[in-house]
Ligand binder design. Structure first.
Ligand SMILES: NC(=O)c1ccc[n+]([C@@H]2O[C@H](COP(=O)([O-])OP(=O)(O)OC[C@H]3O[C@@H](n4cnc5c(N)ncnc54)[C@H](OP(=O)(O)O)[C@@H]3O)[C@@H](O)[C@H]2O)c1
Length: 244
């Protein structure tokens, strides 16, 4: 009974990713706030791939509910993938702390809460994989999105520490660093086509790297080199650039 739990399954990446796992015989738990849509998606996955797929209500920001959410899963998963994320509005975050807090909670604090609950279970069972979808945005602050980016930076560091902790228990912890991805998160924004991935591209990259037991993956692959160059620009120059 192999179940993969997708947290933030309202993401456009969740459907192609769930398809890949289901195609390879995994049962699927879809969890996020848009429960009715997830019920329809789960039904579709069950019919297409003849696996068990179930929907659950999950709010990353509601940390008080996390233990009972995990306890309510009929079978404990062999793997978890976090797609939950909120870009928020940088200007709103600067003016209203509750907006900044929501961005921090969905991208970081809430994930620390639920992942620690799951990590304790996997560590005790000495099996499992934890995949956290972070962002290349977390590798350098820019004025256009530094609240979101700083939460992602925290999440990336959290995952590397967790990887170090769980290595001896045989639990894989993988960090995903997407660049631009054509999803509803960046709907209406113009991004350079050639470096913008589709949700299907990212799903494929995640599945392949996880199955190979990798520690991290950039999607698309060349973002690793883009970020290497970008983070080498000295702060004295970067602060003067109009980085969007
Ligand atoms: N698109 C990009 O260019 C890009 C780039 C780098 C990294 N990423 C990261 O990739 C991941 C997937 O994002 P995406 O691009 O697929 O955007 P998306 O379609 O907007 O998906 C993000 C999902 O997060 C879920 N979410 C938001 N608040 C939540 C909460 N409080 N509790 C639980 N789930 C919550 C939402 O589902 P519900 O509404 O159903 O809760 C939403 O569908 C995110 O972590 C994002 O930061 C995206």
């Amino acid at each position: 009974m192999k179940y993969v739990l997708i947290l933030g399954a309202g993401s456009d990446i969740a459907r192609p990713l769930a398809f890949l796992y289901a195609k390879h015989g995994y049962n699927i738990y879809l969890a996020s706030r848009s429960y009715d849509q997830l019920v329809r998606d789960a039904h579709d996955i069950s019919l297409r791939f003849k696996v068990d797929a179930q929907a659950f209500k999950f709010d990353a920001a509601d940390v008080a509910s996390h233990q009972s959410f995990y306890d309510s899963l009929p079978y404990k998963p062999i793997g978890v993938i976090t797609l939950a994320g909120a870009l928020g509005d940088q200007k709103q975050s600067e003016q209203k702390f509750t907006d900044a807090k929501n961005v921090i909670d969905v991208n970081y604090t809430g994930l620390v809460s639920i992942i620690h609950i799951i990590a304790a279970d996997f560590e005790q069972r000495r099996e499992g994989f934890i995949v956290g979808v972070s962002s290349v945005a977390g590798e350098r602050g820019r004025k256009s999105n530094y609240v979101y980016a700083s939460a992602k930076a925290g999440f990336t560091t959290f995952l590397s520490g967790l990887r170090n902790r769980l290595h001896s228990a045989g639990v894989q912890v993988m960090t995903v660093h997407p660049g631009f991805v054509r999803t509803k998160m960046i709907e209406g924004r113009t991004t350079p086509g050639i470096i913008t991935a589709s949700a299907e591209d990212v799903a494929r990259d995640i599945f392949k790297a996880q199955q190979l037991g990798k520690d991290f993956v950039y999607s698309k692959w060349f973002w690793r080199f883009i970020m290497m160059a970008f983070t080498m620009i000295p702060e004295s120059i970067a602060k003067k650039l109009d980085l969007k």
